[in-house]
Unconditional design. Structure first.
Length: 212
């Protein structure tokens, strides 16, 4: 077991440019609401770089690099969704296997969203950022699973955010389920971070948001 992070430290505010929920409300379960393979770099996804880390496009993927220990960076798609399944492929390019990489849903602002994360050494957790502080949902510590491909192998991540229930899956195997009555409309996106050692470098691809 790995101790839970007591806080995800914000180093770059990425506020979503919220759009209308009309398209989402008109969609049927299974409809694809948003898809990006990051081959087009002209979209909403932010590009930024400083001493803490880098967000941007690289070789047909969206790349999040964390240079400083105990920090996280994230990016959201710029839309508002409700009752969705968020998916992406994630690959560690460099840095320690003890890292964080995952998906975001129900993102209202930088101090209020839900996440599903894994590490490149096989751990996972569901959690929430509330009033800027992090807590895990349904578990006290990140838990280990052999379903997670370790090292530089690619993992397919899925986060379901429907009604008051979150479900986190890796490589088509469900690992975590939690309830939270504050789950609601919000943006979806990607997150990566470092524990005690910086240099985390993660590539994300094939990001999808599907109506549930």
């Amino acid at each position: 077991m790995r101790p839970a992070c007591t806080a995800l430290l914000l180093v770059l505010l990425l506020s979503a440019c919220q759009t209308s929920l009309l398209a989402d409300l008109a969609a049927r379960p299974g409809d694809l609401l948003f898809w990006d393979d990051f081959s087009d770099t002209s979209g909403y996804w932010p590009r930024a770089s400083d001493e803490v880390g880098t967000l941007g496009f690289s070789e047909g993927a969206y790349r999040i690099s964390i240079d400083q220990a105990n920090y996280d960076l994230w990016a959201v798609s710029g839309h508002t969704y409700r009752a969705v399944q968020v998916e992406a492929d994630a690959t560690r390019l460099a840095g320690p296997n003890a890292n964080r990489l995952g998906l975001i849903c129900s993102y209202r602002d930088a101090d209020d969203f839900f996440f599903f994360i894994i590490s490149s050494d096989g751990y996972y957790a569901l959690g929430r950022i509330e009033n800027g502080s992090a807590r895990l949902l349904g578990q006290e510590m990140m838990a280990y699973s052999t379903a997670i491909a370790q090292g530089t192998r690619t993992n397919h991540l899925r986060l379901e955010c429907v009604d008051q229930t979150l479900r986190g899956s890796v490589n088509d195997q469900m690992l975590a389920v939690a309830q939270d009555d504050e789950l609601g409309p919000g943006d979806a996106g990607l997150i990566a971070g470092a524990f005690d050692e910086g240099g985390v470098d993660i590539a994300f691809d094939n990001f999808r948001v599907i109506k549930r």
